[in-house]
Design a protein around this ligand. Structure first.
Ligand code: PMP
Length: 356
């Protein structure tokens, strides 16, 4: 605490991101980055953008990037918002569409992306967490109840379980008459969940959020998108333009647009990640692990022989970083990102030795 902090800052309990080690070389399976490099076309586009043009502010409307996204997703550019990573897009969406207690609490699972309660606190939004079922599934009926809105990752993080588009549709239909927004965070959808984007025209209360950090191998670039009806996009622009008109710089706009235009490259690397996920899930199951079926680029696992905190430390000693959440219900689990084939071989070998 500091005497200089205002009441708002005192009240915050900020999100703590996964470790980005700088001192030692780890096999890094803790923040769901893509093990493959970005498309060569992305690097070329950033190279072209890294010139004299940097004297000038970037296009505040991110026109080329939004056009590339629109082509990729079969929507209109007016239905696309671009931001500095999907964390920023989500923060803006909470600020634009959700409110305090009078509007009813925003609903999200008890076990989900831990940034959601942080955004809620930042904007004074009331929320209610809904427990996942025993097997860590989202029960859609729990979300068909009066509320200020819904936010849900699909697939969920850190469990990796996905809902069908039809299940999400039933939430959208419930909340539509009350004009309550349902945010579907598709950070990991490219690894196996059905995207809601094709339903954008049908559901004006649907906002689908995408990131280029995971499936486009661009966590270092910071680019995220929201796809939704023009009124929702307009709300996001109003928040952005009350904060910082230039959140996406020239290099990020160029690189992200190139990534969205090279589906063939990304389909191939992400297909490899999915194949690797299935292989590692089977390998860990053979070692006795419980492995939650994942539609993401990570798996959520528990060993009956060692607690999550201990296994985290033992893997770290061997140079393998994974993610452990010291939280109710999931303290015995580890979230393991799917790395390259070699990295996953090292993980399987280390787990085998530790649990021998
Ligand atoms: N949503 C979920 C569910 C995530 O796990 C993450 C990554 N931490 C994000 C959004 C944010 O990703 P980024 O800001 O890199 O786009």
């Amino acid at each position: 605490m500091s005497v200089y902090w205002n009441e708002r800052v005192r009240r915050l309990s900020p999100y703590v991101p996964g470790e980005q080690p700088r001192d030692r070389k780890f096999i890094k399976l803790n923040t769901n980055e893509n093990p493959y490099p970005p498309s060569p076309k992305v690097i070329e586009a950033i190279g072209r953008a890294a010139g004299d043009g940097l004297r000038l502010y970037p296009d505040p409307a991110c026109t080329e990037l939004r056009e590339a996204a629109a082509r990729r997703y079969g929507v209109r550019p007016e239905q696309v918002f671009a931001g500095n990573g999907s964390d920023e897009v989500l923060a803006f969406a909470f600020g634009a569409f959700f409110e305090g207690a009078a509007a009813g609490p925003v609903l999200f699972p008890d076990i989900t992306y831990s940034f959601y309660p942080v955004y809620a606190a930042l904007w004074n939004i009331s929320f209610r967490t809904i427990p996942l079922t025993e097997d860590f599934s989202v029960n859609v009926e729990d979300y068909r109840t009066p509320a200020g809105g819904v936010v849900l990752p699909n697939p969920n993080a850190p469990t990796g379980r996905a809902l069908s588009a039809q299940e999400i549709t039933s939430m959208l239909e419930y909340h539509a008459p009350y004009h309550k927004v349902v945010i579907i965070d598709e950070a990991y959808a490219a690894f196996g969940a059905e995207s809601m984007v094709p339903r954008t025209n049908k559901y004006p209360n649907l906002l689908t959020v995408h990131t280029l950090s995971k499936s486009a191998s661009l966590a270092g670039l910071r680019a995220g998108l929201a796809i939704g009806n023009e009124e929702l996009i307009g709300g996001l622009c109003r928040i952005r333009d009350s904060f910082n008109s230039y959140t996406v710089d020239r290099l990020a706009q160029a690189g992200a647009a190139a990534a969205l235009s090279d589906a063939a490259y990304y389909d191939e690397i992400n297909r490899r990640i999915i194949a690797s996920r299935e292989r590692v899930s089977a390998g860990l199951a053979e070692l006795g692990f419980t492995v939650i079926p994942s539609a993401a680029n990570f798996i959520f696992v528990r060993s009956p022989r060692m607690g999550g905190a201990d296994l985290f430390v033992r893997l770290r000693e061997r140079g393998i970083l994974v993610r452990h959440f010291n939280k109710p219900r999931i303290g015995d689990f580890l979230r393991i990102s799917i790395g390259s084939g070699k990295e996953m071989d090292a993980l399987l070998e280390a787990c085998g030795e530790i649990l021998k």
